[in-house]
Design a protein around this ligand. Sequence first.
Ligand SMILES: [Ca+2]
Ligand SMILES: [Ca+2]
Ligand SMILES: [Ca+2]
Length: 231
Amino acid sequence: MFQTSHYVFVTLFLEVFCKQRSVSYSVVDIEVTDYPFTVSYPNFSILQCGTVCTEDSYCTEFLFNKTNKQCNAVHCVNKPGYSYQFLSPKNDQILRFRKDLNWMYMGHYYYPVEKTATWEEAKLECQKLCSYLVEINSKEESDWLAASFLMKDSCDSNVYLSCTAWTGGNDRSTEGEYLWDHTNTLVSFTNWYPEEPNGRDSENCIHLEKDGSWNDQSCDITLSYICEKNY
Ligand SMILES: [Ca+2]
Ligand SMILES: [Ca+2]
Ligand SMILES: [Ca+2]
């Protein structure tokens, strides 16, 4: 009993502490899955563990073993130069905390990132969040994404460069053959802006515009992006 309330206290403190860095954590209580990419820190306090995760952009979640003070930062993709441990925590001594991000749910989970990035950078940023660049399969999804995340009072009238976001759609492998990056499936539903796509070899990545329409654009310019995940 003492131990439980002790950790409840520590947990609350952890959230306050980490909020000063604009990151808070929630206890994860869903059935455990396997964690292929965890970085191990022995003999840490729970606060040190939270701080390590806060300062590591690849860390989405951390695991803390109450008994042996083992801290494990969870990554979703391989970070170059890190050595990883596979972890399958069935042990009830292991507390799990996930970084809070404001994923919006509409059948899937969506997270708009306003910071701009090239298409490749945006792809990696979504992977770091255990997600992928958004894949759009219907007019409803396209319109909902644009209305929810892109259409703002501050947008200017330039359809192409203001209030737009990368999607996972691209024809980087074969010109004119558009694929969704994560599922590697053909783009079947399309919602091109009039006279798009027009860039041939120089424009191989699809971005979503604030009216829900699409444009092919050079993958090297920097735009906002939307990440999606199934759960
Ligand atoms: Ca989708
Ligand atoms: Ca192209
Ligand atoms: Ca274009």
